[in-house]
Design a protein around this ligand. Structure first.
Ligand SMILES: *[C@@H]1O[C@H](CO)[C@@H](O)[C@H](O)[C@H]1NC(C)=O
Ligand SMILES: *[C@@H]1O[C@H](CO)[C@@H](O)[C@H](O)[C@H]1NC(C)=O
Ligand SMILES: *[C@@H]1O[C@H](CO)[C@@H](O)[C@H](O)[C@H]1NC(C)=O
Length: 368
């Protein structure tokens, strides 16, 4: 005789319980603006390498725990990258990846994400938990520069860029959810992000833009007139003109969800996408109730960020015109792409290494 709990009659209880849970739970995802749901293919570049992982080399295997962002110090030949264990690590860049040395440099006690160099040899870190940090004296001093603006604390300080005049520009992806719960911010589909500046002379933190959708990577234009910043769920990067305080679309309808954006000093930005557009994310962004169910499941331990594939890096020119896409169906969680010489170095929110691709050996080619 089957146990009564497993009989068909009793299955109704978990079912009713789920409905009650669904209705009572306060997690309330919103409709995204309609441009987020526009899947035109105009941003597909003429050139692509669809097998990024073929020929790619791995750096610091096992020693770099989720190296999210990468900054390259040309004079020293060192890569700086922030890891999930709080370490800012340094990697000596060499021709042969097997010779690359990884050094534990400074532990912020938080989660270093965005990294950039200040004007006086200091390293500026956007630390997800701490805020904006200034690491000076070759790692001896760590100073908190700012962690709130207009009375609102940062909860997920994400990326930073330094202007030639020393002003720091940075993003807080969310004032509502921290790094551990960032998936809820994406699933909720509401704008909790801000683009801000920090002036080291006046020490003032200014909110340049608020109500951004998961404000992520930020980069300074080479002519210093504007910033380019990414909003992940919107699949969009926008320009912010600093003097005019004006916003303009840089590129929208991206083939994936943008993370960091990096300028290569040679006329191109590189926009990393931890996931390409997938059927599941497309559906989820269209239907808030799917995001609600996913959010509820996530509260009970389900990992919502597994539906990620086809990560890549999109190379665009200074006007946001797509040039080349480097991606791979089998790859995910790629968070930054930095071009150093002939190589593209990529960070990750998942893997324990940096991926390097030789762009001369494995170039993007004309689409068939
Ligand atoms: C969709 O995006 C493309 C490219 O950005 C644009 O040309 C087109 O007008 C958009 N369509 C709608 C319905 O918004
Ligand atoms: C690097 O090390 C790996 C594993 O030990 C080896 O297979 C590979 O040939 C080495 N590469 C070079 C360029 O020495
Ligand atoms: C970082 O700290 C160093 C040492 O105090 C200082 O010289 C530098 O100006 C600071 N940078 C910023 C951006 O505050």
């Amino acid at each position: 005789m089957p146990l009564p709990l497993f009989s068909r009659r009793f299955l109704i209880f978990p079912f009713l319980a789920s409905i009650a849970l669904y209705r009572l739970d306060t997690f309330d995802p919103a409709l995204l603006p309609s441009d987020a749901l526009n899947y035109s293919t105009t941003t597909l570049p003429p050139l692509s390498n669809d097998r990024f992982l073929t020929g790619a080399e791995l750096i610091g295997v096992g020693l770099l725990n989720s190296p999210e962002d990468i900054a390259y110090h040309r004079a020293a030949g060192l890569i700086y990258t922030g890891c999930v264990d709080g370490w800012v690590k340094r990697v000596k860049v060499t021709e042969s990846v097997n010779d690359s040395l990884v050094e534990d440099w400074v532990n912020t006690g938080g989660r270093p994400l965005g990294i950039a160099f200040g004007l006086h040899g200091e390293v500026i870190v956007a630390d997800a938990y701490k805020g904006l940090l200034n690491i000076s004296g070759d790692g001896k001093n760590t100073e908190l520069l700012t962690d709130e603006a207009d009375g609102v604390k940062f909860k997920l300080t994400d990326a930073v860029a330094v202007a030639d005049n020393g002003v720091l520009y940075f993003t807080d992806a969310s004032y509502k959810y921290n790094m551990r719960h960032f998936a809820f911010d994406i699933l909720e589909g509401k704008p909790h992000g801000r683009l801000m500046s920090f002036d080291p002379v006046t020490r003032a933190t200014r909110v340049l833009l608020k109500d951004l959708y998961f404000a992520n990577g930020v980069s300074m234009s080479p002519d210093q007139t504007h910033l380019v910043f990414c909003e992940t769920p919107m699949r969009r990067c926008s320009k912010y003109y600093i003097n005019e305080e004006r916003v303009e679309v840089f590129i929208q309808g991206l083939p994936g969800y943008p993370d960091n954006i990096r300028y290569d000093g040679e006329g191109h930005y590189w926009i990393a996408m931890p996931s390409g557009v997938t059927v599941l994310w497309k559906l989820a962004f269209r239907y808030p109730f799917l995001r609600k169910i996913t959010g509820l499941a996530a509260k009970y331990g389900f990992e919502p960020m597994i539906f990620m594939e086809n990560a890549g890096v999109l190379e665009v020119d200074l006007d946001g015109k797509p040039m080349a896409l480097f991606h791979d169906r089998k790859h995910s969680h790629m968070t930054t792409g930095v071009k150093i010489g002939r190589y593209l170095y990529c960070g990750s929110l998942l893997h324990s290494h940096i991926v390097r691709l030789d762009l001369l050996k494995y170039p993007a080619q004309k689409r068939l």
